[in-house]
Design a protein around this ligand. Structure first.
Ligand SMILES: [Zn+2]
Length: 317
């Protein structure tokens, strides 16, 4: 296995820059690394020789010479990403440049506890690798998102409202017994924010990502980094009280934003609207299926024509 700690700071800087800016030309890379093209080319040549980088096809350019692009070498191995939701799990095997190799998704219930759920996650990982002829030794890193607050340094959940049985459980130790690769665990919305940061090639330095699922969470990117706060719950906005007379939340308080607006609340309000005759479409779905889901509400909402607002109906200046 590659000894990353034997690389120079300049080499690590180049590998990181290439990871964060997939498909960037050599010319643009020298600019991002703030060094001359000849120095960048010499560094790249050394990393190609060590089997860490490889050249890929030609990049379209506006004319003249077509510059090559560089990417992390495919021979480095694979990374595994796990997305654990409150009611689902998804595992993906990815190339070092995060291109997908294989993925699998299925229903799961985090309330079954870490012993049951993580045993299944581990088995799905092994099955995906075996089905694609990849040895577990080729796994160079594992990242897992979970629907609750995480202490990033220890990779443990901290008092998670949706999954109390997981409190202080070490996911890293559990998966570390099956794989030698380093294991990183973070809150799922922090990872959505990190994913957006990567997709945008760090071009946006400050933004927030809101996820509405079984709960409501927020990922914060501040100065180009995911901001987790002192105990990993900086973006844990789901239990802010928005209505003291609101419904009781599973956390025990009343009128939390999560109790008012997450998927179970959307389903409850939709069922009430269907039963009160406020929506013929929802009433028909309820009659046909016996129950409504947040997806039943989302689909027609996505195709509905927005009502004209005061500003949009005003005459153009
Ligand atoms: Zn709450």
């Amino acid at each position: 296995m590659q000894r990353w700690d034997q690389l120079s700071a300049a080499e690590m800087d180049m590998l990181r820059t290439i990871f964060w800016s997939a498909g960037t030309s050599r010319h643009a890379l020298a600019g991002r690394l703030d060094c001359s093209r000849s120095k960048a080319n010499a560094l790249a040549a050394g990393l190609i020789e060590q089997g860490l980088l490889e050249e890929t096809g030609l990049q379209a350019s506006s004319g003249g010479r077509r510059p090559e692009t560089l990417q992390l070498a495919q021979g480095l191995g694979v990374v595994i990403g796990v997305d654990l939701g409150a009611t689902s799990l998804e595992v993906a095997v990815l190339r070092p440049d995060l291109g997908p190799v294989a993925r699998h998704a299925e229903d799961a219930d985090v309330r079954a506890g870490p012993g049951v759920v993580l045993a299944r996650v581990r088995d799905v990982m092994r099955e995906l690798l075996a089905a694609n002829g990849i040895s577990p030794k080729k796994v160079i890193g594992i990242g897992m998102g979970v629907p609750g607050p995480v202490d990033f340094a220890s990779a443990q959940l901290v008092n998670p409202p949706l999954m109390p049985e997981w409190d202080s459980f070490s996911i890293r130790d559990y998966l570390g017994e099956a794989f030698t690769a380093p294991v990183f665990v973070d809150n799922d919305v922090n990872l959505m924010a990190l994913g957006e940061l990567w997709r945008l090639q760090r071009s946006l330095q400050n933004f927030m990502v809101i996820k509405v699922g079984t709960g409501i969470g927020c990922g914060i990117v501040c100065h180009g980094e995911v901001y987790r706060g002192a105990n990993g719950s900086a973006g844990d906005v789901g239990h802010i009280c928005v209505d003291q007379a609101g419904p009781r939340c599973h956390c025990g308080n009343f009128g939390c934003v999560e109790a008012m607006a997450a998927a179970p609340a959307i389903t409850r309000l939709a069922t009430e609207a269907a039963e009160a005759g406020e929506s013929r479409a929802l009433a028909e779905l309820l009659k046909a299926n016996g129950r409504l889901s947040a997806v039943d509400v989302g689909r027609p909402a996505a195709t509905a024509t927005p009502r004209p607002t005061r500003s949009s109906s005003a005459p153009a200046a």
